[in-house]
Ligand binder design. Structure first.
Ligand SMILES: Nc1ncnc2c1ncn2[C@@H]1O[C@H](COP(=O)(O)OP(=O)(O)OP(=O)(O)O)[C@@H](O)[C@H]1O
Ligand SMILES: [Mg+2]
Length: 291
């Protein structure tokens, strides 16, 4: 299937892929798929922003192409690079006479020596790809402006080779943790969806979907404890990933009840910031009872 026919069908497909999307997210993704528009997903840390792109690719049998953004990322890491090592080998194999000819030099800058990076690969793959541009807020302004150009027409010009255009656009999913505000121009080009923490009910469901062997009673206790942690103003509040990790940890230890001692012993699964530990240790009973 290329594209779902209804929002409900998309929700079900994602669920079959192990991802529980709420109605808002499913609707936004459905519209993005139907209109061929990029979607920007912002939200808290560890709430399933990256995962949804992976699951989308899996359930539609598309190739997942991931561009991980970071400070200082530039176009050669995003678009293409020339394979210098191979070019050098080729040059050594050429005779002086061949080297003097334009034709041999042109070949050195042909498709054979081009290393595709994610954006070029996505343009070539078109609608058989899900392009995940992950953590776009970590890249700098110039890179964002450059992305905007690529997203505008899905075409990339390699001066030595020519212009390569996507026949059909890939589904583009951008994610951001909102460590900085993105530009209006980029937002305007994209559909937007904010992912917050799931409700307790939903989070229990997510845990059980990911950890089918876990006990529901324990999952409920852990979710309540995690929600208490989220109310403590920590520098790094736990995401869904931490909830799942915590349940796994307790499972491995054979623990079925949460008490202050167990919470203290297993905190490493959920609280990963030294400065947060003090706040947390002052509230062990509250956390254990999920109050
Ligand atoms: N709705 C959900 N359905 C199923 N699994 C989920 C869901 N939300 C989160 N998860 C689980 O949480 C884990 C973390 O999700 P993910 O890495 O996608 O978060 P993120 O929002 O991209 O986090 P970060 O901001 O750190 O990049 C996933 O591996 C997945 O197992
Ligand atoms: Mg992520």
């Amino acid at each position: 299937m290329d594209r779902p026919e209804t929002v409900a069908q998309l929700t079900q497909l994602l669920r079959d892929g192990g991802y529980l999307a709420d109605r808002g997210l499913s609707t936004a993704l459905f519209v993005a798929l139907s209109l061929g528009r990029p979607i920007l997903i912002e939200g808290e840390v560890g709430v399933g922003k990256t995962e949804v792109a992976k699951v989308l690719a899996a359930v539609f049998g598309r190739r997942l192409i991931r561009l991980q953004c970071y400070e200082g990322i530039d176009t050669s890491q995003a678009l293409y690079e020339w394979d210098y090592a191979r070019q050098m080998l080729q040059i050594r194999a050429l005779s002086q006479r061949e080297l003097d000819s334009d034709e041999a030099v042109d070949k050195l800058f042909g498709p054979k020596f081009l290393i595709e990076r994610p954006l070029l690969e996505a343009v070539r793959t078109g609608d058989q790809a899900v392009l995940l541009i992950d953590e776009v807020d970590r890249a700098d302004d110039e890179f964002e402006a450059f992305l905007l150009e690529v997203l505008a027409d899905f075409q990339i010009t390699v001066p030595e080779v020519g212009t390569i255009k996507a026949e059909t656009p890939p589904l583009v999913v951008l994610t951001s943790n909102r460590t900085r505000e993105l530009h209006d121009a980029l937002k305007r080009r994209c559909l937007y969806h904010w992912v917050g923490y799931p409700s307790a009910e939903r989070e229990v469901e997510i845990v059980l979907a990911r950890e089918p062997g876990a006990s529901e009673a324990l999952a409920r206790k852990v979710v309540a404890a995690v929600n208490r942690l989220r109310s403590l103003e920590l520098t790094k509040p736990p995401g869904v990933a931490e909830t799942i990790d915590w349940v796994r940890t307790l499972d491995v230890l054979g623990v079925t009840e949460l008490d202050a001692g167990t919470v203290d012993d297993t905190l490493g699964a959920v609280v990963k910031e030294h400065d947060d530990l003090e706040l947390v240790r002052a509230d062990l009973d509250g956390i254990a009872s999920g109050g």
